[in-house]
Write a protein that binds this ligand. Structure first.
Ligand code: ATP
Ligand code: MG
Length: 735
């Protein structure tokens, strides 16, 4: 077979890596130098030149989106889709193993995944029952402790407390948490990896099977593997397996979750014969963008160091926009994307990247206002929304009555008279009997342990669930979901909230039915009967694993929104890095220590290097966060980019503007106290929403002048931006 097409379009170093005769390779190189490309071509090379079976290939990457893209690139290169190849994230792959080998892994067959929200609730409950002082040992801290230990591969029984108070308490919680999870058949994200590692260690025959199968293991974004992931890989890649890892120390951004850059050095020790390949040419970005990234990252110490260059021209300068506030920032970004789209580009080639999930809401608002389709990856996850979690909890209870987290969530949702006191009774019985809440409920009812009112309510709830089950057996998955949503009173429950929010919640519930309808088992290992509860379980797992649901349909041309963390490995022609402010980015939690700060800088490096052609950076003078308006200083990262690469965007109208966005403007409608008559006072401020008799709703962008000549600039949702004389405009303030 002619395999030359696999080596075409690669540079010498890339080719060396792709066709390497050595069993092990470490490709260590900067952003956009073709690491992922090498990995994909290596897979094609193995299949076509070395006649490896697709079944023998295991490729690991970091996010579901990256895994899907990798899959696409492989299929494209090979001209066909090969089933049997495993391409996924560590979590996804480990989960798949546990589903197949649940028995060997010591799990119950219908185990389910606990997301971090559920996990926190469970820990809170445990802490209450252990009478742990929440002020002294907040549940969040315990959660962090447990997760970090799991990332290091440690169970409560493996840890010594050395009589230290803190460790003692944490271990007490950890042990009780492990017990509760085992009892309820639940596993959290860290546990997925830990179990998968133990699966190897405790079951030599299972390990031998997969070692024999996965002759070729390839890992992208290797710099972000943590201890347990590396250990898992290390064990799997026994004596005869080949292992290629690719990564960039400058893009290590998961230190806070236990990722270890040291794994790169460790790889060199563990695999002495590895071919080490460095790539230096960047094929992604313009020289301006690359220079900015290189300069920024030079501020970090102790780098492995590299010299990235490109043949690409300078391209456009980086544009820097200083916004009044977060609304102005969002509007600026959306305007630029509209321009971009109107000049014949695709929205999907643009991305807005931010440090924190909460920043997306303002951007979403601005996008919705102009009706521009967008898609969010990570955060704001569909499956994490309250109403969806309620519906899923009912579904989980259908599959497994002993699912305590699900039970806690919905036993009194919608309200059915099972109050806090009753719940306490039930919990304490469950604790004493080491049984599930469901079993404790049954006992309470049978042995009349509750007041008759409470007992009736509990009985009615149990009957509801059992009846739902009866009606469900013969239904297809989406019908099951619809059946639950329609027969549990969830819709009415959420409708009661009223307003836009309630509408959105009900729409989301509808959307869940569609999601169930679209769910198929193509990506799964087994084939399911679509009426089976196993299929429902698979759907629930997918819901828990999926890193985010799209707002626009997959095929629609939509702007992409994501956190910097989720942008790793991706590239876009047009990139907006928003919210570059001290405290937001670098994040205030990481600003005060050098390790944290350097990780923030690497994150910024990741952000900049996502851009191919054009990069916008923005920050706001003031920003509302957690309900308060804060004045913000521009991020130090902006200063670390050489100023000659930056073009400051100025507003068209050069009006004086207040030094910060909370300034209250006296309006034309307002008169101060005149004589003894008090005139009602209206106050406008920048960023405030107003309504105008003719132009409709809009947001105040700017103002100038005083008294009767005062003018404001309002960006109206329908007619765009206008300057209005305040005393004539009759603006009404919207809440
Ligand atoms: P990151 O560090 O961001 O993950 P990377 O090193 O994995 O980046 P790739 O995504 O593989 O880089 O490549 C960056 C871009 O450069 C891609 O669009 C890729 O197709 C292109 N590219 C890489 N090598 C070549 C080459 N030899 N010829 C042409 N294009 C290339
Ligand atoms: Mg990559």
């Amino acid at each position: 077979m002619d395999v030359s097409h696999i080596l075409d379009n690669l540079n010498d170093e890339q080719r060396k890596a792709v066709a390497s005769p050595s069993p092990h390779q470490l490709v260590l190189a900067g952003a956009g130098s073709g690491k992922t490309r090498v990995l994909v071509h290596r897979i094609a090379w193995l299949i076509e030149a070395e006649q490896a079976s697709p079944f023998s290939i295991l490729a690991v990457t970091f996010t579901n989106k990256a895994a899907r893209e990798m899959r696409g690139r492989i299929d494209e290169l090979l001209g066909q889709h090969h089933g049997g190849m495993w391409v996924g994230t560590f979590h996804g792959l480990a989960h798949r193993l546990l589903r197949t080998h649940w028995q060997e892994a010591g799990l119950v067959q219908d185990f389910h995944i606990l997301d971090s929200d559920d996990q926190l609730r469970l820990i809170k409950r445990i802490n209450r029952s252990l009478r742990i002082d929440d002020d002294k040992w907040p549940a969040k801290q315990c959660q962090w402790y447990i997760n970090s230990q799991k990332d290091e591969g440690l169970r409560a029984a493996n840890i010594d407390h050395f009589e230290d108070d803190y460790t003692k308490t944490m271990l007490q919680v950890y042990a009780a948490y492990e017990e509760a999870c085992n009892r309820g058949g639940m596993i959290d994200f860290g546990e997925i990896l830990l179990r998968a590692h133990e699966l190897w260690l405790k079951n030599p025959q299972v390990l031998a099977h997969y070692q024999k199968r996965f002759k070729h293991i390839l890992v992208d974004e290797f710099q972000d593997t943590n201890a347990i992931q590396y250990a898992w890989l290390r064990v799997l890649s026994g004596a005869d397996n080949s292992l290629m890892v690719v990564g960039d120390d400058d893009q290590s951004i998961y230190g806070w979750r236990g990722a270890r850059i040291e794994n790169i050095q460790q790889f060199n020790v563990d695999f002495l014969d590895a071919d080490i390949i460095r790539l230096e040419q960047n094929y992604r970005s313009t020289s301006t963008i690359l220079k900015a990234a290189n300069k920024l990252i030079e501020n970090n110490q102790g780098r492995l160091g590299k010299n990235l260059w490109t043949e690409d021209g300078d391209g456009e300068q980086i544009s820097l926009y200083e916004a009044f506030n977060e609304q102005d920032e969002a509007r600026f970004v959306v305007d630029r994307i509209q321009d971009w789209f109107n000049s014949g580009n695709r929205r999907i080639d643009s991305a807005i990247l931010y440090r924190s999930n909460a920043q997306s809401r303002e951007l979403e608002d601005a996008l919705l206002r102009v009706g521009m389709p967008y898609r969010i990856y990570g955060g704001h996850r569909f499956y994490e929304r309250l109403e969806i979690k309620n519906a899923l909890a009912y579904l989980r209870l259908l599959v497994n009555r002993d699912d305590d987290t699900a039970m806690e969530r919905i036993i009194n949702v919608p309200t059915r008279g099972i109050g806090g006191r009753t719940m306490e009774n039930i919990r304490s019985i469950a604790r004493d009997d080491a049984s599930s809440l469901w079993k404790a409920c049954a006992k309470c009812v049978n042995e009349s342990l509750l007041s008759s009112r409470a007992a009736n309510a509990v009985l009615a709830f149990m009957e509801l669930i059992d009846n739902l089950n009866d009606g469900c057996d013969e239904l297809e998955l989406h019908e099951k979901v619809a059946h639950i949503i329609n027969n549990t009173g969830l819709i009415q429950h959420h409708e009661k909230e009223g307003g836009e929010k309630a509408r959105a919640r009900v729409e989301n519930l509808d959307e869940l039915i569609s999601a169930a309808g679209n769910f198929d088992d193509a990506e799964l290992d087994e084939e399911f009967d679509i009426k089976s509860y196993a299929f429902l379980s698979a759907f629930l797992d997918q819901a828990a694993l999926d890193a985010g649901e799209s707002q626009a349909s997959e095929s629609e041309d939509a702007v992409q929104l994501m956190t910097l963390h989720s942008a790793k490995g991706l590239e876009f022609q047009l990139v907006f890095l928003v919210g570059l402010e001290e405290g937001l980015f670098p994040h205030k939690m990481s600003m005060d220590n050098i390790t944290g700060l350097e990780e923030e800088r690497r994150l910024c490096y990741v952000g900049i290097t996502r851009a191919e052609k054009k990069l916008y950076i923005s920050h706001a003078e003031s920003r509302r966060m957690h309900g308060d308006v804060n004045l913000c200083r521009p991020s130090r990262f902006i200063n670390e980019i050489p100023s000659e690469l930056i073009d400051e965007v100025r507003l068209k109208s050069s009006v004086s503007r207040p030094s910060f966005g909370t300034t209250k403007l006296g309006t034309g409608l307002t008169r101060q106290m005149s004589g003894n008559i008090e005139v009602p006072q209206t106050e406008l401020s920048l960023g405030q929403r107003v309504i105008h008799g003719k132009f409709g709703e809009g947001v105040i962008l700017n103002y100038e002048g005083q008294g009767s000549s005062a003018r404001v600039q309002v960006s109206f949702d329908d007619v765009g931006s206008k300057w209005l004389v305040l005393s004539y405009a009759k603006l009404e303030v919207l809440a």
